[in-house]
Write a protein that binds this ligand. Structure first.
Ligand SMILES: NC(=O)c1ccc[n+]([C@@H]2O[C@H](COP(=O)([O-])OP(=O)(O)OC[C@H]3O[C@@H](n4cnc5c(N)ncnc54)[C@H](O)[C@@H]3O)[C@@H](O)[C@H]2O)c1
Ligand SMILES: [Zn+2]
Length: 361
């Protein structure tokens, strides 16, 4: 088992445990995290039937009283409406401030249950139990919780750090292929921005990674999660270095928007990373063989590097509306080498358009 400590500037400490089969020993981990007597597990309709039973049993053995709230799976349910339904159920269960919420599932469960935990009675202790690769390496770490407002993603939200995170890598056995590959895009991102060793590990073991070889999966979750922990610990509120985590996301978000969300987040940021590498090369930062390494890795795991049929001008327009823009220039994460990144605040739109247009040649 791997352990990570996240200590934020607000001095909040969260222990992240990563390992195979951890759900089965989760009672002890929760006991160590504090004197909790009650838990409400909040999970979605796919993950609940698979893992809520084991978690409930373990918590009951550890002496906790447990209830389960299930909401319908899917991003379209990450809304205030679902949050309200969760509040009503928490009220019906007489949950009080000493009741811990366990967010069991992918990023949607983490964000939604996290948001409910942050806001109900002004805050209940939160335990993250991420079960998708994306949630394990990304969304369960850093304390961001929230819901969507119509088509505006994560428009309503609040920071609420978990007291404990239990990342059981064996839950990935049941994760659909498409979701696993989606998560691999974030793993590649973490490697590219801050862990050259992880990058090489992925390059040299792609088949085993895709085959979900257990020890390897543990290792890549741990290392990708460690990148996020390090960056978030240094920048809890998203103002400085945390921007590095947006590598591939500036163009990626624009692609998601322009494709009417017909493309997955992982696919969109995969293309975004390939384009950010091209821009890095154009600006003389990244050697061409490193651009090729990144693109080959992205392709071998089954993710795209070329734009779908979207006009570059349309993407630029979407980027202008993005949060990461200040006065006519774009904030962009660029690579120096795989494992080394920097935030550039003055990338002009012409440079971006040039790189985007290259796919149409
Ligand atoms: N808070 C953050 O910092 C942060 C960061 C990145 C993304 N996010 C959010 O995360 C969400 C995306 O997360 P996601 O990709 O995990 O989506 P998700 O939670 O919808 O999970 C994807 C699908 O996989 C299913 N699933 C999850 N784990 C499973 C398992 N072990 N076995 C079988 N099925 C399983 C889910 O039911 C769902 O159908 C988005 O809403 C995004 O905004 C938040
Ligand atoms: Zn992402």
């Amino acid at each position: 088992m791997h352990k990570l400590e996240l200590e934020t500037r607000s001095r909040h400490q969260c222990r992240i445990h990563v390992g195979k089969g951890l759900l089965a020993g989760s009672g002890l981990l929760v006991r160590q995290a504090g004197n909790l007597k009650r838990m409400v597990i909040i999970t979605d309709s796919n993950v609940g039937p698979l893992y809520a039973g084991t978690l409930t049993r373990e918590m009951e053995i550890a002496g906790l009283q447990v209830d389960v709230i299930t909401f319908p799976a899917g991003e379209e349910n990450k809304t205030l409406r679902t949050a309200t339904s969760i509040y009503r159920q928490l009220a019906g269960l007489y949950a009080d401030r000493s009741t811990a919420v366990a967010a069991l599932g992918g990023g949607v469960a983490g964000d939604l249950a996290g948001f409910a935990a942050a806001t109900y009675l002004r805050g209940l202790p939160l335990i993250q139990v991420p079960t998708s690769l994306l949630a394990q390496v990304d969304s369960s770490i850093g304390g961001k919780t929230g819901v969507n407002l119509d088509r505006l993603k994560n428009q309503i939200g609040v920071f609420h750090q978990p007291v404990l995170t239990i990342t059981d890598s064996s839950t990935l056995d049941s994760l659909p292929e498409r979701e696993y590959i989606n998560g691999l895009a974030e793993v590649i991102k973490s490697a590219a921005i801050a862990d050259a060793g992880l990058f090489t590990l992925l390059e040299n073991n792609t088949a085993a990674v895709l085959g979900r070889k257990p020890e390897l999966v543990d290792e890549i979750i741990f290392r990708a999660a460690r990148v996020k922990v390090k960056i978030v610990s240094a920048d809890e509120t998203d103002t400085g270095d945390r921007q590095l985590l947006n590598f591939g996301h500036t163009i990626g978000h624009a692609i998601e928007t322009c494709s009417g969300f017909n493309i997955t987040h992982g696919q969109a940021i995969a293309i975004g990373m390939a384009k950010a590498a091209d821009i890095s090369h154009l600006l003389g930062l990244l050697a061409s063989h490193d651009v090729i390494r990144l693109k080959s890795l992205i392709k071998t795991v089954g993710l795209p590097i070329k734009l779908p049929k979207i006009e570059p001008a349309q993407l630029i327009e979407a980027m202008r509306h993005d949060k990461k823009i200040s006065a006519g220039s774009l904030q962009f994460v660029l690579l120096g080498k795989p494992g080394e990144s920097l935030v550039s605040r003055d990338i002009d739109f012409n440079t971006v358009e040039k790189v985007l247009a290259a796919d149409n040649e």
